[in-house]
Design a protein around this ligand. Sequence first.
Ligand SMILES: [Zn+2]
Length: 697
Amino acid sequence: MKRSLLALAVAACSSPATNVATTPAVAPAPAAVPGLQAAPTSPASSAPVLHGVYLDDLDRSVAPCTDFFEYGNGSWRKANPIPASMARWSRRWKSGEDAKGQLREILDQVAAKRDWKAGSVEQLIGDFYVACMDEAKADQLGAGPIVPMLGKIAAIKDRAGVVAMIGDLDRQGIPVPLAVNVQSDLHTPTEVVATVAAAGLGLPDRDYYEKPEKRFADARAKYVVHVAKLLQLAGVAEAAAKQQAKATFDLETKLAKASLDNVALRDPRATDHKMSVGELQKLSPAFDWTKFLGGGHLPVVPLNVEQPTFVKEVQRQLTRTSIADWKSYLAFHYLDAMALLLSKPFVDEQFEFNDRFLQGVQEQKPRWKRCAELTDGLLGEALGQKYVEKYFPPPAKARMKTLVDNVLLGMKETIEHLDWMTDATRKKALEKLATVNTKIGYPDKWKDYSAIPIRADAMFDNVIAARTWNLDDDRKTVGKPVDRGRWGMTPPTSNAYYNPSLNEIVFPAGILQPPIFTMDAVDAINYGAIGVIIGHEISHGFDDQGAQFDAQGRLENWWSPDDLKAFQAKGKCIVDQFESYFIEPGIHHNGKLVLGESIGDSGGANVAYRAFQIAQRTTPAATVDGFTPDQQFFIAWAQARGDAIRIEEQRRMVQGDPHPIGKFRVMGPLSNMPEFATAFSCKPGTAMVRAQPCRVW
Ligand SMILES: [Zn+2]
């Protein structure tokens, strides 16, 4: 699904978010954390007073064995309704939004001074933000900034013109209908290759174009109206806009039907089709690939074509769909990509469809927040330098490192004790675990954006310049040895990820904040929150996708046939578990879609629990506020993960997001753990004790 420029928000990647702490010995003096209870009922302890669970967040009217999601932080959700501008809300989401307030402070301070050296970090982010904040100017310009490109699209006369325009749009970072991305080679991960992916669909995925259910039919009807409205705002007459919207939708429908669905897209082997440019040219003779790649600053060398069937369909439509209809399609997608940079009517129309209709959000975020997000999205390693100076001190990094080391040790002991894996495969699994690379906080070497021409009075040009620079910064790596120092997220991002080709786990500073990582929390809290997230990312290396990559990051099998069968049977248990989780009558999680993330959560909880026990060998934990160390650990996960989510957003996630919704990320993994049942004395037959528990790691 295309995401709007100004909406680069928290949920982007393949991971949860939390915080970790190492041993209390390192902790600073007891601190007053806003919203935290002081731990008055805590039994006597000589250790410094560190905070335990968020007592006020608990809903003690609910039995923990019945609904641990409600028990863990039902009271917080009742007291903190989802803000009108958000689709999801929890302490962790609030922390992510608060971080944008911190970015705003940094940007306001930098922008207050006007004589920074040209090309300096301060000049770039300050001027970018100032230009973005000039709403009056955007309103005054109206559709002005997009007129030149729309004129070029209108002037297209033939198929060669369509193909050339696809290249022009690619230069501005607008991938229609194909996206050229950059990644490590799936079989030689030390080298970087370009990939050709399917793109250019305005609805979230292929199901929206063809499934008969009412929610998809409604989305189709709404979408066509939305396309027409945007075209009208750009000056197309009403009748023509309606006709062009219909043509755009029809072309997208044909392309969508030739694309893989969300489950198939999770299979790395289904998207592994490396070929020469000559072979690609044969797939789509109407598309001049040599010219396209050259114009896109890419070398003409073999590349991975993720979906050959989709490329063939683009070829078919280049010969069958009229030039007029292609022009409508390209004009709409150009508008769609630029609308948030234009005047209020464009911004409002994007909000109505993408946010209100698809996600249930009631109100736009304030402009300062959208501009802070945009600055982070395009100049994240400049803004990120200022952010980590203030909000991620070296002791936090050191403590996080200890936590990661312990969770890795937890995974090692887990693998060593598995009863279903033979020694030959175990040896390979341990070898892979031993090569996991960890990145914490921010890159060792920052990107140098000084060549990007950023001006304080040119929002539209700034965005195009920054997009093109970022595109080229990625593309210049193609054909070269991989640079392992690069990051796939910016430092202020409240998220984390695992990259299978580099076998690395990455935790930006933005997620290493309370309630996920808390310097003055007891170990139980940090292991239960960031510890589970660390375990989650490690487990991604051993989920249904990650397990297909070996210790060197190659897409190569390292499993014996019997071990692979046992692993898949354990995955099937989780698939079935999540298929049984409904968000409303008739709509439940797609077990295969959420399998990887759920193996991650389940493995994460198991491994972090083990790591917490390991930590207690040297630093025993205490009962705090009447909760045992194990109880604190499990409550910490519920409090870190317990999102309230609008129903529209739940439907969207169940359809296309590989992550389950927060409720089932709490109940799913914990109801599989006998350690949880023991901690809360849950009896067989209660909701939090599954009769046939699933356990992979
Ligand atoms: Zn994940």
